[in-house]
Design a protein around this ligand. Structure first.
Ligand SMILES: [Zn+2]
Length: 360
């Protein structure tokens, strides 16, 4: 069924059922058993919720917040949209907690406490490293600077905050998206507000994704860190201000918003190409690039599903509950974020072991 034909069917049905629609909505508001709200068809929806004409049934509309909250455990056409990003949120929360508690962090704490502890404990620790790094240490003795000290200072210098900024940004995006899909059925005002927050979440995720890569790739060239991080943050803040502005978030400025998103993406290409040159001799280049390409492919494919509304446009009504484009888009966003996480771990691990020593 073509696009025009589908629209025709929807319109016809809506015209035919005008009285029925009215009765149906009336029945909901005066229901003697308000615990169980009915799910509506596309042609029964208030205008502010008519977004995808290829999803025909199982809509919630004008539900109280409490009912919207409990619809988390009920089947409707937003159930999987909520859960795909809610599971993603819990996944990233678990990764954040695991990274906060992982041995590398414990090592840093250990370095800190060890510097305050007895010299006897230090000697044991150093003697183990001397055993491993004996030859190199001999070279360094000429300069009176033992390599062990250099390694320790490197380990303490590698900051974790850019990594956690990315994890925080991803969690914010995934959680705000879940909340948006869960409560957007409440009222027109809340619907408009939540979709704005959802856009902001996407921008936050894009900006924060840049942080660890730019920080760790250009760790030894702080001027590039500052230029790129300040640039992407300024662009992100401007985009967020635009998304939150009631005027600029109207349909009239859709092209302008699209241009802002594209600008952010295009801006990212500059440090990405620069990073490739900087890391050309890095033995982990291919694996990091592989993860980043998986991320780019996931986001691009997800956006393609989002824009084309495939597969529901091919068979309207067949994918109302499961398998429609927005669910595929959500799943691919989580895959993309996980790939970026894996790439970041590679970069972080390499910096932890090498500091500013290039490509050893
Ligand atoms: Zn969504």
């Amino acid at each position: 069924m073509s696009f025009v034909e589908t629209k025709g069917v929807v319109k016809r049905k809506c015209n035919n059922k005008e009285n029925l629609c009215f009765t149906h909505i009336n029945m909901i508001t005066t229901n003697t058993h308000p615990q169980r709200f009915h799910l509506l068809s596309f042609w029964d929806l208030p205008d502010y919720m008519k977004d995808n004409e290829y999803i025909l049934r199982y809509y919630r509309a004008n539900w109280p917040l409490k009912h919207a909250l409990f619809s988390l455990f009920r089947w409707h056409n937003e159930t999987l949209n909520v859960w795909t990003h809610l599971i993603g949120f819990f996944l990233f929360l678990a990764l954040t907690l695991a990274n906060l508690m992982k041995p590398r962090v414990a090592d840093l704490l250990d370095l800190f406490t060890r510097s305050l502890s007895s010299s006897a404990e230090k000697n044991v620790s150093h003697s183990i490293k001397d055993l491993v790094l004996g030859t190199t240490l001999l070279f360094d003795l000429k300069n009176q600077v033992p390599l062990t000290v250099e390694l320790e200072s490197t380990a303490t210098v590698i900051a974790r905050w850019p990594f956690f900024v990315f994890l925080g940004g991803s969690m914010f995006c995934l959680l705000s998206s879940s909340i948006c899909h869960l409560f957007c059925c409440h009222s027109r005002d809340l619907n408009l507000f939540l979709w704005r927050i959802d856009y902001v979440g996407i921008v936050v995720m894009i900006i924060t994704s840049f942080f660890p890569q730019i920080y760790y790739v250009f760790l030894c060239e702080p001027h590039w860190q500052i230029i790129y991080l300040a640039g992407i943050t300024a662009m992100g803040l401007f985009t967020i201000a635009t998304m939150l502005s009631p005027t600029l978030s109207t349909g009239k400025y859709r092209a302008f918003r699209a241009m802002l998103f594209c600008s952010m993406g295009l801006f990212g290409i500059v440090p990405a190409i620069h990073a490739c040159f900087v890391n050309w001799g890095n033995p982990r280049r291919n694996i990091t690039l592989g993860y980043e390409c998986t991320m780019a492919l996931s986001y691009l494919t997800g956006t393609l599903f989002y824009v084309t509304r495939i597969p529901e446009r091919w068979k309207p009504g067949w994918f109302d509950l499961a398998g429609h484009s927005h669910q595929i888009f959500h799943a691919l966003v989580v895959v993309g974020a996980l790939s970026h996480y894996a790439a970041t771990l590679q970069m972080l691990d390499w910096r932890d072991s090498h500091g500013c020593d290039m490509f050893l």
